[in-house]
Write a protein that binds this ligand. Structure first.
Ligand SMILES: Cc1cc2nc3c(=O)[nH]c(=O)nc-3n(C[C@H](O)[C@H](O)[C@H](O)COP(=O)(O)O)c2cc1C
Length: 205
């Protein structure tokens, strides 16, 4: 009986491992602190659109991060930085959406990115949705530059422009427009496909 119990247990563990290998966790990072943010609305919609195999985890502590200081980038890390790094460690991919302020990345968002240069995002598949109506192309080029420094895996098919007017956000803080939703779905699919590809390369599945 004990042998059968052990067999059943190891079978359960294998099933759980197989299920975990088929799941994908995507961290959603908005570069805006604004209530009613369009970028947060885009990411909220991404969360709404995820397939059952995908867990979308909103990052919600942008405003808690201390100013980046290399002197503080050592143990014990500031609590909010440790939390950020833990969230990055727990995810398979990251999806960003940020506004442009004065022709550049918002300072608070650049601050978050600076905390990732020392670790947390290297080799992680990343993408972004530029929801700006005004272009913000320079800002997303800056994002590409910074993510290149972090050695993130920038997934071409997951880096898109989807202009979103403020009026497109509904009372639930979501995008209802079918075309916009399809664009976001394709970004999620591209990220998941890249994670799956990396897992195959690593022989994990
Ligand atoms: C101080 C300030 C500066 C801005 N600078 C730019 C800019 O340089 N380029 C741009 O396209 N939009 C600019 N905007 C507009 C914001 O990017 C836009 O309102 C965006 O929707 C904000 O993102 P959110 O809705 O996610 O908060 C600026 C807005 C503010 C408040």
């Amino acid at each position: 009986m004990a042998g059968r119990g052990a067999d059943a247990m190891s079978c359960t563990v294998r099933v759980m491992e197989a299920e975990a290998a088929r799941r994908y966790t995507i961290l959603l990072v908005s570069g805006s602190l604004r209530g009613g943010s369009v970028n947060a609305g885009v990411l909220r919609t991404a969360r709404d659109l995820t397939a059952p195999s995908v867990v979308a985890l909103p990052y919600e502590r942008l405003g808690d991060l201390p100013h980046f200081n290399p002197d503080d980038d050592r143990d014990p890390l500031p609590e909010a930085v440790a939390h950020l790094r833990a969230q990055l460690a727990a995810c398979d991919a990251v999806l960003f959406s940020t506004p442009e302020y004065a022709g550049a990345l918002p300072g608070s968002f650049k601050n978050l990115l600076d905390w990732t240069v020392g670790g947390g995002i290297q080799d992680k598949p990343v993408g972004w949705i530029n929801a700006s109506m005004g272009g913000a192309k320079g800002t997303y080029e800056q994002l590409r530059t910074v993510l290149t420094y972090t050695n993130a895996d920038i997934v071409t098919g997951a880096c898109v422009e989807i202009p979103v007017p403020r009026s497109a956000i509904d009372g639930y803080g979501l995008l209802a427009d079918a075309g916009l939703r399809q664009g976001i779905r394709e970004v999620l699919d591209a990220l998941v496909a890249r994670v799956a590809e990396r897992r195959r390369e690593a022989g994990a599945t």
